[in-house]
Design a protein around this ligand. Structure first.
Ligand code: SF4
Ligand code: SF4
Length: 74
């Protein structure tokens, strides 16, 4: 399984939680300790090592706030 990493853009994230619901690894949560400029609790990745890079979260996000990176092995 490919290893992955996500970056969540706090400018676009509206804390809807859709990505947290669909992540098969259950590693996306809404961050109760952070409030964005627009007043939302944004999604964060709580266990980067467990991300497979499947991109389900990015496909689900209605605000295109998630970028997914996959490790390329030579
Ligand atoms: S790329 Fe897949 S495993 Fe990684 S955070 Fe998104 S849904 Fe979860
Ligand atoms: S689906 Fe997008 S807008 Fe909704 S919480 Fe996740 S990153 Fe934020």
């Amino acid at each position: 399984m490919a290893k992955g990493r996500v970056e969540i853009d706090l400018v676009f994230c509206k804390g809807c939680g859709l990505c947290t619901d669909v992540c098969p690894a259950s590693i996306l949560k809404l961050d109760a300790d952070t409030i964005t400029q627009k007043g939302y609790h944004p999604a964060i990745c709580v266990d980067e090592a467990a991300c497979t890079g499947c991109a389900t979260c990015a496909l689900m996000c209605p605000d295109v706030a998630i970028a997914v990176f996959r490790e390329v092995r030579a």
